[in-house]
Design a protein around this ligand. Structure first.
Ligand code: RFL
Ligand code: PHB
Length: 390
C-alpha cells in the first residue's frame, strides 16, 4: 500500500487529524491497535477550552457538541472545607469553556470519519515505523495478515504508551518528567451535577466535582497510588468526597451508584523534539499533563490543528514553513499547559510529606487568588487556554 500520511492511533488526536486531512484531500490511513468499542469505552477528559471548541466548529464537528455540551464560565475553588472563590472567565476575559465529554467527541469523530469514507484500521497489531528520518514505511498485522504502507509522513498520535515516540532515536530525544505521589479516583454517576466545576483543596486531599450532562456527574478524589478500586466501594467514595468540599455544596450533591470507577496516576512528561525527519508526534504521544488543569485533550486538539495545517500547506501550496516550525510552535503551547497543570496540581493536592506550614502556604495562595483580580485574570487566561499561534 502507499499513502501520503500514515496516522498511528485513533484516539482524539489521530481521528481529528484524519478528519482534517480528509477534508483537504490528503490521502492517509489510520492504524489503531484497539477495537472501536474499546476506545469509546475509555472515560477521560470533560472540559474544552474555547479554542478547542472553535477548532471543532471550524472542522464541522460541532453539531452535537453545540446541542448537548454545556457552556461554562465559572470555576469554583474551595479550601479549608468552608472558604470558596469563584472565577468567572467571561466577566474577566470575555471567554468561556465547554463541558463535553471526550467519549462524545470520540463518537462524533468516528461518525465524521465514517461519513467521509476515511480509513481507520482497528485492531492493527505490532505497528512498526521504519526509516522515519527519510522514506518512512509502516508495517503492521491485521486479521493475521502482515501489511506494509509506504508514505511521505508518519503522524504519531498513539498516546503515551505508543511506538511512535520511541521510533525517534534516544540520542535525539530530550525527556522531561515529573511523577506525583498520588492518583485520582474518578467515578461517573447518573445524578445531576453541581452547576459549576468545583475544585477543592482539603487536609484529607484534593476533590473535584465535574459534569457530563444534566443527568451525568463526574467526581474525583485524590487517593494513594497503592489503592485499587476495590478499596473504594461507593459509600466510602461519597463520604470522602462530601467531607472534602464545603458543607453547603455537599448538601446539594445527590449521591447514587457509580456506573464507572477508575484510578489514574498523575504525571507530567514531555518529549522533544516533536518532529524527527518525516515523523511528527501529536497529543499524549509527545506529552502528558496531570488532569488538574483539564489540558490533556485540549493539547491533543491544538497539536493536531498545527499539524494538519502544516501537512495541508505542504500538499496544497508546496510550503513547508509550518512543517518546519511545528515542533517549536507546538512545544511552546505544551509548556504553557505543562507549567499551569503542574502549578495547579501543587496548589490543590495534599502531598505525603506536607507540613502544616506547607498547607498554610497553599491556603494563603488561594486566599490571595480570591482577593486579587489580577491574580484571577492570570489564572483564568491559562485555564480557558492561551491563544493559538497563527
Ligand atoms: P489517546 O487518547 O491515548 O489515544 C492514543 C490512541 O493510540 C492507540 N495506540 C496505538 N495504536 C496503534 N499502535 C500502537 N502501538 C498504539 N499504541 C497506542 C491507543 O489505543 C489510543 O486509541 O491519545 P490522544 O489522541 O493524544 O488524546 C489525548 C487525550 O486522550 C488525553 O490527553 C486526555 O484524555 C488526558 N486525560 C485527561 N485529560 C483531561 O483534560 N481531563 C481528564 O480528566 C483526563 N483524564 C486522561 C484522563 C488520560 C488518561 N490516561 C491516558 C490513562 C484519564 C486517563 C485514565
Ligand atoms: C472532568 O470532567 O473529567 C474533568 C474536569 C476538570 C478537570 C479534570 C477532569 O480538571
Amino acid at each position: 500500500m502507499k499513502t501520503q500520511v500514515v496516522i498511528v492511533g485513533a484516539g482524539p488526536a489521530g481521528t481529528l487529524l484524519s478528519h482534517l486531512l480528509g477534508r483537504a484531500g490528503v490521502s492517509h490511513v489510520v492504524l489503531e491497535q484497539q477495537s472501536r468499542a474499546y476506545v469509546l469505552a475509555r472515560i477521560r477528559a470533560g472540559v474544552l477550552e474555547w479554542g478547542s471548541v472553535e477548532i471543532l466548529r471550524d472542522a464541522g464537528l460541532a453539531e452535537r457538541m453545540d446541542r448537548e455540551g454545556q457552556v461554562h464560565d465559572t470555576i469554583n475553588i474551595a479550601w479549608r472545607g468552608s472558604e470558596m472563590l469563584s472565577i468567572d472567565s467571561h466577566e474577566l476575559l470575555g471567554r468561556r469553556m465547554m463541558a463535553y465529554g471526550q467519549t462524545n467527541i470520540q463518537e462524533d469523530l468516528y461518525e465524521a470519519v465514517d461519513a467521509a469514507g476515511n480509513t481507520i484500521i482497528f485492531e492493527a497489531h505490532d505497528v512498526q515505523i521504519s526509516d522515519p528520518a527519510r522514506r518512512p514505511s509502516v508495517t503492521f498485522v491485521a486479521n493475521g495478515v502482515s501489511e506494509r504502507i509506504d508514505c511521505d509522513f508518519v503522524a504519531g498520535c498513539d498516546g503515551s504508551h505508543g511506538v511512535s515516540r520511541t521510533a525517534i532515536p534516544a540520542s535525539v530525544r530530550t525527556e522531561f518528567e515529573k511523577d506525583y505521589p498520588f492518583g485520582w479516583l474518578g467515578i461517573l454517576s447518573e445524578t445531576p451535577p453541581l452547576p459549576h466545576l468545583l475544585y477543592a483543596n482539603h487536609q484529607r486531599g484534593f476533590a473535584l466535582c465535574s459534569m457530563r450532562n444534566p443527568m451525568l456527574s463526574r467526581y474525583y478524589v485524590q487517593c494513594p497510588l497503592t489503592d485499587t478500586i476495590d478499596d473504594w466501594p461507593d459509600d466510602r467514595f461519597w463520604t470522602e468526597l462530601l467531607t472534602r468540599i464545603p458543607a453547603d455544596k455537599a448538601a446539594l450533591i445527590e449521591t447514587g451508584p457509580s456506573i464507572e470507577k477508575s484510578i489514574a496516576p498523575l504525571r507530567s512528561f514531555a518529549s522533544e523534539p516533536m518532529r524527527y525527519g518525516s515523523l511528527f508526534l501529536a497529543g499524549d504521544a509527545a506529552h502528558i499533563v496531570p488532569p488538574t488543569g483539564a489540558k490533556g485533550l485540549n493539547l491533543a486538539i491544538s497539536d493536531v490543528h498545527y499539524l494538519a495545517r502544516a501537512f495541508v500547506d505542504h500538499y496544497q501550496r508546496g510550503d513547508d514553513g509550518y512543517l518546519d516550525s511545528y515542533s517549536e510552535m507546538a512545544s511552546r503551547r505544551v509548556w504553557g499547559a505543562m507549567r499551569f497543570s503542574w502549578s495547579l496540581t501543587m496548589l490543590l493536592h495534599r502531598f505525603p510529606d506536607m507540613s502544616d506550614f506547607d498547607q498554610r502556604a497553599q491556603e494563603q495562595e488561594l486566599y490571595h487568588l480570591s482577593t486579587s483580580q489580577s491574580a484571577q485574570i492570570a489564572f483564568a487566561e491559562q485555564y480557558v487556554g492561551l491563544p493559538l499561534e497563527v
